[in-house]
Design a protein around this ligand. Structure first.
Ligand SMILES: [Zn+2]
Length: 546
């Protein structure tokens, strides 16, 4: 029955992502049972040759053979083939080092590269000029990948230099490594596109860039504006020092709120009684909140800065501004802090005679990750493994750790095992996405262990081979996990079922006030101070994925 063998062989060649090593190895035993006589020898030899070819290719995933049969191998080969380009994306964004909402060079670079790959690119998503949505493929399932690419204030630092050396004094820099998030995102985007194209896979990829993560701004707007209603699952890639994932609730909810007080000017020496001090109202609000702390749950975190505190003492100030972050472990908790703060602001206004306006700049849910998606990510982490670090890279990592005055343990060499997350008191604006669709997060090893984010030393490795290799590993894990969900409908169904159980009893609703618009002028003034001088350091090498 040659047709049986023919069908079996064809299915094997065409069925994407379903051939495990063990399945391939038994094919030459299984095939002869289903065939006969003259054609047997020929077909048997064909199957054995294919199996050998596949095994050979498994050992060398960058050779073309396996790419013909396995979408994931196609994707991994695409990442390897473009590893230099992935590094160049990260290095270019490192040199742009743009603060949140001002990521114009970064967004343009990413939009151009993604359009060149064949993605359909939309800019200005949710009214945010530096937000992109790039789409490829068609039909179901719809898988989203989102990353942030903003820098941090005062983070300017020469790459690879293990003492404080700003590229531009006082300028922003990638002192966390969000530049590598974008490198992983773009590397995976090309690899997934290549696999979809070469294996005729059904499904749509939606890539979101998420401006101003450092001020937790953009992603709740994407969710509110309906950009995730057709999404079946989503992934977030973020720089770290390990190749790791987890499941469960990982971070805190947060609200970022400004309070602007208005009063009445007067001569502070001759007739202060005719004035109303807006600064007094700010001081009373700050003090009152600190008094209230004793009676707030110990799980809360709140912090403030006075961003406008008058101009000179002999003028009673008619304007002042204070900016708070309110963080709690739940949506309800963050909302409660925000409502108490409104009462405190009201009290400060009443005491001084000032008036006030409040502006919610950002409001995010805690981040959480789905167990099924985490298992998919973990299986790809184990498949890809940590980069092979050279002795020079290990030595650089130790020098960076010494510069940051932390334990000199070098770079990690082993992957992390899957674990339940411990909720941290930090926040990320991806929280809203993670309560809307099954979600997985990939931490990739493009930075150095123990070095605290936002310290200048956390920028040193971010445009070196440590960042490049970590980004390549991250891009493979991300592409592999997306391909698993694209090619295994039952896995996606399981993710959606476990997600429904995990979030039952917590109906998602946005923390953003109705009609809230994103603060698109955020950081404009600060960025304008440095941009011209920073241009001398821009890396604008041509980048072409192939
Ligand atoms: Zn970050």
């Amino acid at each position: 029955m040659p047709a049986v063998l023919g069908r079996a062989s064809t299915e094997w060649l065409k069925t994407p992502g379903r051939c495990s090593r063990s399945e391939l190895l038994v094919l030459d035993e299984r095939a002869p049972v289903e065939t006969n006589s003259g054609e047997l020898a020929l077909m048997h030899r064909f199957v054995v040759c294919c199996a050998i070819g596949v095994v050979f290719a498994l050992a060398s995933p960058d050779k073309g053979t396996l790419a013909q049969v396995d979408p994931k191998a196609t994707a991994f080969a695409a990442v390897d083939r473009n590893s230099t380009e992935i590094g160049k994306v990260g290095d270019a964004i490192f040199s742009f080092a743009e603060l949140g909402m001002q990521e114009f060079e970064t967004a343009k670079l990413c939009a151009d590269i993604l359009a060149d790959m064949g993605y359909e690119v939309e800019t200005g998503l949710s009214g945010i000029p530096t937000a992109l949505l790039a789409t490829y493929g068609s039909g179901q399932p719809v898988i989203a990948i989102h990353v942030e690419y903003d820098a941090v204030p005062n983070g300017s630092q020469a790459a690879g230099v293990t003492e404080r050396k700003e590229l531009v004094a006082g300028a922003p820099g990638h002192a966390e490594g969000h530049n590598t998030n974008a490198a992983v995102w773009i590397g995976a985007a090309f690899a997934i596109k290549d696999a979809i194209e070469k294996h005729n896979l059904a499904g749509t990829i939606k890539l979101f860039s998420a401006p101003a993560e450092e001020q937790i701004i953009s992603r709740p707007y994407f969710v509110r504006d309906g950009h995730f209603t057709d999404v079946d699952a989503a992934f977030h890639a973020h720089v770290g020092s390990s190749l790791a994932t987890s499941y469960g609730v990982r971070q805190y909810a947060a609200m970022s709120v400004e309070y602007e007080f208005s009063g009445k000017t007067a001569h502070a020496g001759s007739s202060p009684w005719t004035g109303v001090s807006a600064v007094d109202a700010v001081k009373l609000m700050d003090l009152s909140w600190d008094v209230l702390r004793e009676h707030l749950p110990p799980t809360q975190r709140s912090h403030s800065v006075i961003t406008h505190g008058g101009i000179q003492p002999n003028v009673v100030p008619d304007y002042a501004k204070i900016w708070f972050y309110f963080r709690e472990s739940t949506y309800e908790g963050a909302r409660h802090l925000y409502e108490r703060a409104h009462q405190v602001a009201q009290g400060a206004a009443t005491m001084t005679g000032a008036t006030f306006e409040e502006h919610v700049l950002a409001a995010v849910w805690p981040t959480r990750d789905n167990r099924t998606v985490a298992e998919v990510v973990q299986s790809n982490i184990e498949l890809v493994g940590m980069p092979d670090w050279t002795a020079e890279e290990q030595a650089l990592a130790r020098r960076i750790q010494r510069a940051a005055e932390v334990e000199e343990s070098g770079l990690r060499t082993g992957t992390s095992s899957l674990s339940e997350a411990t909720q941290s008191t930090s926040s990320n604006d991806s929280g809203d996405i993670t309560w809307t669709v099954p979600h997985g997060r990939i931490t990739f090893p493009a930075n150095v262990p123990n070095v605290p984010f936002h310290h200048w030393a956390a920028a040193i490795a971010e445009a070196t081979s440590i960042a490049h290799k970590g980004s390549v590993a991250g891009a493979k894990v991300l592409a592999g996990a997306v391909i698993d969900l694209l090619t295994n409908p039952e896995l996606l169904l399981e993710a959606q079922e476990t997600f429904a159980q995990e979030v039952s009893g917590s109906a998602y609703r946005s923390l953003l006030p109705a009609g809230q618009e994103p603060p698109i002028d955020l950081n404009a003034e600060e960025m304008a101070k440095h941009r011209e001088l920073m241009k001398a350091h821009y890396q604008n090498l041509p980048i072409r994925f192939r």
